[in-house]
Design a protein around this ligand. Structure first.
Ligand code: BJW
Length: 244
C-alpha cells in the first residue's frame, strides 16, 4: 500500500509512540466489532441488556452466557498482521504504549509489552459485590457461578455502560496521550466516552495523530492524517515505512 511522503516522514519522526485501539483492529482476527449494523455484536442484541449493570441485574444468566460464549470464541482466534505490526513497531521504537478499549488480550498475545486496558479483560472474572478477581469457577448449565466467599454472582471483569473506567488505567492513558509525539488511532468508532477524548489530549499536546479506519468517524476531520483502510493492511505498510 502506498503512503504519502508527508505521512511517511511523520511516522518516521515519531519517538514517543502511542496507539489508541478499538474493536476494528481485531476484526481481521474474526472478533466481531460492536457497531457494525450487519455483523457487529450489537446487530442482534440490545447493548443495554448485555453490557450494563441494569441488564445484568435483570437477567444475569443471559449476560453471563453471552460473555462465556465470547470467551470461548476468543480461544479460537489469533492476533492478525495489524497486531503484529504494532509489536514490531515497539521493537523499532522501544517504549511504545498501547491504550486499548479492547477486552480480548490480542495486543499482549502479539507481543506488545505495555498495554493499558481501559475496558477490562474478558478472560478475567470478578465478584459482582466485592470486585475481587476470581481465578477459578465452575460453568453450570442452569445458573450463574457465585463467589466462594460471599455467594454474590460472578461477572466478567469488563467495564459496562454507566460504570467508571479503572481510574489508574484511565489516568495512565491520559498521561500517555499527553506525552506522546505520535499517536495511532486504530479501529475505533470514537463514539464511546470517556475513551473517545484521549486522542484530543494528544492533539492539544501537539502530537501527530494518525487515524486508521476503513470508515470515516467523528474523529476523522480532526486527525492530522486519516488513512482509510483495514488495520491488517495499513499498519504493516506503516511499520515497513519506518523500518527501511
Ligand atoms: C476497522 C476494521 C479494520 C472495522 N481495521 N478498523 C449519552 C447517553 C448515554 C450514555 C452516555 C452518553 N454520553 C456518554 C455516555 C456514557 C457512555 C457512552 O459513551 N455512551 C455512548 C455510546 C453515547 N459511556 C460510559 O458509560 C462509560 N462510563 C462512563 O462514562 O462513566 C461515567 C458515568 C457514570 C455513570 C453514568 C454516566 C456516566 C463506560 C463505557 C464502557 C464501554 N464498554 C464497552 C463494552 C466492554 C465490554 C464488552 O466487550 O462487552 O466497550 S461498549 C463497547 O464500545 C466496548 C468498546 O470498547 C467500546 C468502543 O467501541 P469501539 O472499539 O470503537 O468499536 P466499534 O464497533 O464502535 O467500532 C469499530 C470501528 O472499527 C469502526 O469505526 C469500524 O469502521 C472500524 N473497523 N474493521 C480498522 N479491519
Amino acid at each position: 500500500m502506498e503512503l504519502g511522503r508527508e505521512l511517511r516522514a511523520a511516522l518516521r519522526g515519531g519517538r514517543q509512540v502511542a496507539v489508541f485501539s478499538g474493536a476494528g483492529i481485531s476484526a481481521e482476527s474474526g472478533v466481531p466489532t460492536f457497531r457494525d449494523a450487519q455483523k457487529g455484536l450489537w446487530a442482534r442484541f440490545d447493548p443495554m441488556e448485555l453490557a450494563s449493570p441494569e441488564g445484568f441485574e435483570r437477567n444475569p444468566k443471559r449476560v453471563w452466557d453471552w460473555y462465556a460464549m465470547r470467551r470461548q470464541q476468543l480461544q479460537q482466534v489469533q492476533p492478525n498482521p495489524g497486531h503484529y505490526a504494532l509489536a514490531r513497531w515497539e521493537r523499532l521504537r522501544p517504549g511504545l504504549k498501547v491504550v486499548t478499549q479492547n477486552v480480548d488480550g490480542l495486543h499482549q498475545r502479539a507481543g506488545n509489552s505495555d498495554v493499558i486496558e481501559l475496558h477490562g479483560n474478558i478472560s478475567r472474572v470478578r465478584c459482582s459485590l466485592e470486585n475481587v478477581i476470581v481465578e477459578q469457577w465452575e460453568e453450570r448449565p442452569d445458573e450463574v457461578p457465585r463467589c466462594g466467599q460471599c455467594a454474590a454472582y460472578l461477572r466478567p471483569d469488563v467495564v459496562w455502560f454507566g460504570e467508571l473506567l479503572p481510574p489508574e488505567a484511565y489516568a495512565r492513558a491520559q498521561e500517555v496521550m499527553a506525552t506522546a509525539d505520535l499517536v495511532l488511532v486504530v479501529g475505533t468508532s470514537a463514539l464511546v466516552q470517556p475513551a473517545a477524548q484521549l486522542p484530543y489530549i494528544a492533539l492539544r499536546a501537539g502530537a501527530v495523530v494518525v487515524e486508521v479506519n476503513p470508515e470515516e468517524t467523528p474523529f476523522s476531520a480532526d486527525a492530522t492524517f486519516s488513512v482509510r483502510g483495514p488495520a491488517g493492511v495499513v499498519l504493516p505498510a506503516m511499520v515497513e515505512a519506518i523500518a527501511d
